[in-house]
Design a protein around this ligand. Sequence first.
Ligand code: HEM
Length: 477
Amino acid sequence: QYQKVSRLPPGPVSLPLIGNLPQIVYYLWTTGSIVATFDLFRKRYGNIFTLWVGPIPHVSIADYETSHEVFVKNASKYADKFHAPLFQEVKKEQGVLATNGEHWQEMRRFALQTLRNMGVGKDVMEMKIMEELNARCADIDKKAVNGVTTTHAADFFDLTVGSIINNILVGYRFEEHNKHEFLKIKNALDTAFEIFTPFDMTVPTWVLKWFFPKRYNQMMKVNAECKDFVAKSATERYEAMKSGKYTIDKENLQDYTDAFLLKIQEDGENTDYNIESLKTMIVDLWITGQETTTTTLISGFNQLLLHPEVMDKARAEIMKITENGSRPLSLSDRSSTHYLNAVIGEIQRHASILNINFWRINHEPTYMGGHLVDSGAFVTAQLSALHVNETVFKNPQEFDPERFMEDEKLLQKVIPFGLGKRSCLGESLARSELYLIFGNLLLRYNFEPHGKLSTTETLPYSFAKRPFKLEMQFVKI
Ligand code: HEM
């Protein structure tokens, strides 16, 4: 153990077999959260530190420069992720979330290309986001009493973001007649996320099956229900294509499913492109594309309600650019809205929605930030710790967009989507959603809290943060 430790960045003294588990548990308990625990270790051992989780060393990087050096400059070395055994069992080596190697590479390349094709040229992406937002706002306006509508932020954003991704993947949005089934699945998924902890990500599936069967069965059930629901229309289209009742129009692809089916139609089914991998991909993109964006939006509105002066300043900027709201805010305005960009950057830094980032496998001994890192170690840019590093972001606990107005380059050091080969596949979609939704909502409504606002973190011990329970009033401008 001593010899191994000398080939790794510093960290607390580790014991054979159990590693640093006693210290980790102790500090989680005393600090009250995963992020505060990482922050404490960073202050003690530096921007790159090692924690042994059982017999495996986990190296966390908590500064931008070293993360960039490792995951961008040496990107190809860190393409392999460690996958939770439970994910592997569920995904059966298909899709993009829990795979490595050639299949992952092909699925990622194809998804990025398809999303890019939707956003380039015809601006389909912006159109789909705006169509959805306009429809949701029309619902809000219909329910207004004296220009005011009170609603749960989660309901509004779940439906908005859920419809956008569903439309992109399988070509339809959620309306009055089909929203109930969506919300049912979404609630089941939320519950699964709430019980899903770093423990479930690490242990072999047999431990869950034998010792926590209720937990294991619940997660498997949610996954199956979600897959059936999300991929239903894609499966129907596939069957219709097989029986000759549906032909894909190459010049006019409706959505991701059309693009995938076209590939099957042209090249035939193979190990990468087949109906099972299509279903898995749709679920992967559907799940990753929702919770993340919704949590950021809710967390952002919570901060805007706590800081009405920020909301007013952002609105004044948008009003000026859109000539007093005479047109909607568009993605082409991004280079002119310095304050709104700073607000969204601060929302993402402050929300930092993943408490723990995904681990990559270090295949060979390498130097990182001047420290030797042995092969076999797990490595990650620990985004949550990086975003509260006070040597980069002064008073990190404060919500303060002005920090980016004083130093615009500081925005580059906010990396909510990660870095390198495994960085977020939906980054461009998510950035477009956040910009258009925050910007255009501020243009149309003033927002006021309904009930008490939350200032404390939810689920501080989970893998990812969860949205606050936030009720707010949309006041028509
Ligand atoms: C605000 C919204 C979002 C945030 C903060 C976010 C954040 C992240 C982060 C931190 C990662 C892991 C990066 C790493 O391992 O270093 C990730 C991966 C991923 N994200 Fe996102 N994400 C968001 C929205 C989306 C959307 C809209 C989609 C879908 C279209 C998406 C799809 C994915 C996928 C598929 C991966 C796994 C990529 C791979 O392993 O190759 N995300 N995301």
